[in-house]
Ligand binder design. Structure first.
Ligand code: RB5
Length: 143
């Protein structure tokens, strides 16, 4: 199950992402927001990050205007590795190397065509499980 969250800046792109997920029959839980009325991105970033960190959802997608504020917020939650991606190479690499569990997108930065390619790459790429990457993720998580 995917957890979805966005602010008003991310809402137009989130509609496109949801259409893609519906077409692909990919299950999701949508934490909002549900319109372009101004809201605070940390509220949605935290809801999605907690759903992933607590195991309610395996992965998440977060969208705000730049993708920056909402990814900073998500990365405050222990166990979350949120990756802001603006290209397909990074989306693939962050799954293979960082086992990123949340994809962040910037709706005012990345057009919908590219954004959907990024979503596809993120969702379809498994973690490599290479020893060096497992070790580095453990180092991220260490106090
Ligand atoms: C909202 O105007 C905007 O600040 C937000 O969507 C995001 O870009 C913050 O990082």
């Amino acid at each position: 199950m995917l957890a979805l969250g966005c602010d008003h800046g991310g809402y137009p792109l989130m509609k496109e992402v949801i259409q893609y997920l519906d077409e692909q029959k990919i299950a999701y839980k949508n934490f909002g927001t549900f319109s372009e009325e101004s809201v605070d991105y940390p509220v949605y970033g935290k809801m999605v990050a907690k759903a992933v960190a607590e195991g309610e959802c395996e992965q998440g997608i977060l969208i705000c205007g730049t993708g920056i504020g909402i990814s900073i917020t998500a990365n405050k939650i222990k166990g979350i590795r949120a990756a802001l991606c603006g290209d397909v190479f990074s989306a693939k690499a962050t799954r293979e190397h960082n086992d990123a569990n949340i994809l962040a997108l910037g709706a005012r930065v990345t057009g919908p065509g590219l954004a959907l390619e990024i979503v596809k790459a993120f969702l379809e790429t498994p973690f490599s499980n290479d020893e060096r990457h497992v070790r580095r993720i453990r180092q991220i998580e260490a106090e």
